[in-house]
Ligand binder design. Structure first.
Ligand code: CTP
Ligand code: CA
Length: 223
């Protein structure tokens, strides 16, 4: 087994992966969230571990379970908690894949009591969350590979390249919601990978496990 492990491409490599949605509390019983299942991030964590990496998985609320028992899972709820855990684990990681669907906005204040219903409806004041990926991009050192995702419905490639560059990424995985069967809720995905040299690879619609293999194979070529 030791000889086998030595032959794996990511043996001795530490990896940090985020997965799932974040929940931003409104009051003790309500939150702002999204439909991310966590499947894509868990599949990436499993694949990196299979390739020999020592994986830390920071997950928002998700029903997923890792297949690879070596994975160290850290559960978080909000974007702010996810940021904290990523900052704690970033420096040690050579490979970072931020696949979580982090909420872009969080309520300005969290009501301490359940908000009672009102006849005029309810307006919730929100503020932007910190962009975790961009923060890590600004801290990144040359030996680190930082991978982000872009979820787009229009002008996909232009938006994805914009994110790749402004967040200082080594590659970005474009998830086009235009395609049938793609997106963060289902079992399949259709992606395009764009690396920092703007080399583009299109992949066909496949299971998230297969997509994770494609993403991790690409990461291995960047190391
Ligand atoms: N991301 C993050 N922290 C945030 C928001 C997003 O780390 N507060 C990361 C996601 O994990 C993903 C990438 O940024 O890897 C892109 O997310 P996406 O929602 O496509 O892009 P945004 O930059 O949030 O822009 P917008 O939602 O306006 O398209
Ligand atoms: Ca967003």
């Amino acid at each position: 087994i030791n000889d086998l492990k030595k032959a794996l491409p990511l043996n001795g490599t530490k990896a940090l992966v985020t997965a799932g949605p974040t929940y931003e509390a409104i009051d003790p019983v309500r939150f702002i969230g999204n439909h991310s299942s966590g499947k894509m991030g868990f599949a990436i964590a499993d694949e990196l571990a299979k390739l020999g990496a020592d994986v830390t998985l920071v997950s928002g609320p998700s029903a997923q379970v890792s297949k690879q028992r070596s994975i160290k899972r850290i559960d978080v709820t909000s974007a702010a908690e996810m940021l904290d855990m990523c900052l704690q684990n970033f420096e040690q990681a050579q490979v970072c894949v931020m696949s979580a669907a982090v909420a872009d906005y969080t309520p300005v204040t969290v009501a301490t009591q359940k908000i009672k219903k009102q006849d005029d409806g309810l307006t919730i004041a929100t503020k932007k969350t910190t962009d975790i990926l961009k923060t890590l991009g600004s801290l990144k050192r040359p030996h680190q590979i930082l991978v982000g995702f872009a979820l787009e419905t229009d002008n996909e490639e232009v938006h994805a390249i914009g994110k790749l560059q402004t967040k200082n990424l080594d590659m970005i995985v474009l998830n086009s919601l235009k395609d049938e069967g793609a997106g963060f809720k289902g079992d399949t995905n259709k992606i395009t990978i764009i690396d920092k040299n703007l080399a583009k690879t299109d992949y066909s619609l496949k299971s998230k496990d297969e997509v994770a293999k494609d993403i991790c194979a690409k990461i291995v070529t960047l190391i």
